[in-house]
Design a protein around this ligand. Structure first.
Ligand SMILES: NC(=O)c1ccc[n+]([C@@H]2O[C@H](COP(=O)([O-])OP(=O)(O)OC[C@H]3O[C@@H](n4cnc5c(N)ncnc54)[C@H](OP(=O)(O)O)[C@@H]3O)[C@@H](O)[C@H]2O)c1
Length: 230
């Protein structure tokens, strides 16, 4: 069995999660989370010591089953998420429910199920939050509410689990060039210009930096804004 640290990355099939998986692969054994099994297999083939971990995060029965047997976990990166835009007037209950379920409740439940494994290795939980977890703007009600709540969850988890040596980092990227951003721009009726946004690799580098910080440094919050065009 490998002595390398183990990381589970949700949302690894695409975007920021995929970039995080690539960035951690040289140093960590990986469990790759997502629903697209073909893409997970492909990614696992590209990366050293990576295994697919296919599950729909909103299926809490399946989640409990797939976490059984994970006894040690050094890093848990929550990157799975969704964004559906609309004013409060336009947004029906099912959108709020879906958003909260993926962006918040699934994160909470997966973390809860993996707490023994995280405690066993004084692990690190990384929450892919957003600028919308710091500021709530028109059209972003359900998404921002889920990310504000995610931030609260992270703060509580950090305080409660400090005695077990668990570290918790909330990462708040601005617009990042991924499928989610493409979909957001479509919903906004604007163009998708990847050059204007953060690269997923840049967000991944910030995640790696937080995770590899020495034990005396607990990176609790990272805010990343798009910089000047390259
Ligand atoms: N892109 C941005 O501009 C931006 C900015 C700030 C924060 N963020 C946050 O960063 C995170 C990653 O975003 P991204 O842009 O990389 O998103 P993305 O490209 O749309 O990818 C979303 C990922 O989430 C997974 N996923 C969604 N629903 C799932 C479910 N029910 N069960 C399992 N997996 C599920 C998808 O897996 P499958 O396709 O395999 O189902 C996919 O891998 C999100 O939490 C997002 O809110 C993004």
């Amino acid at each position: 069995m490998s002595s390398r640290p183990i990381a589970l990355v949700t949302g690894a099939t695409r975007g920021i999660g995929s970039a995080v998986a690539h960035a951690l692969a040289p140093t960590h054994d990986l469990l790759l989370g997502g629903r697209d099994r073909a893409r997970l297999d492909e990614l696992a083939g590209e990366l050293r010591s990576a295994r697919p971990w296919p599950v729909d995060l909103t299926d809490f029965t399946a989640l409990a089953a797939t976490t059984t047997g994970i006894e040690r976990l050094d890093v848990l990166v929550h990157s799975a998420g969704l964004a559906e835009l609309g004013t409060i007037e336009e947004t029906p209950a099912e959108v709020w429910r879906r958003t909260m379920e993926v962006n918040l409740v699934a994160v909470v439940e997966l973390t809860r199920l993996l707490l023994p494994a995280l405690r066993a290795s004084h692990g690190h939980v990384v929450l892919l939050n957003s600028g919308s977890g710091l500021r709530a703007n028109p059209n972003w009600g359900a998404y921002a509410a889920s990310k504000f709540a995610l931030r609260a969850f992270g703060d509580v988890l950090r305080a409660e689990e400090a005695e077990h040596g668990i570290r918790v980092t909330s990462v708040h990227p601005g617009r990042t060039a991924t499928d989610m951003q493409r979909s957001v721009r479509e919903q906004e009726g604007g163009e998708f210009d990847p050059g204007q946004y953060l690269r997923p690799e840049s967000v991944a580098a910030a995640v790696v930096s937080a995770v590899t910080a020495s034990r005396d440094a607990h990176v609790t919050e990272v805010v990343i804004r798009p910089g000047q065009a390259r």
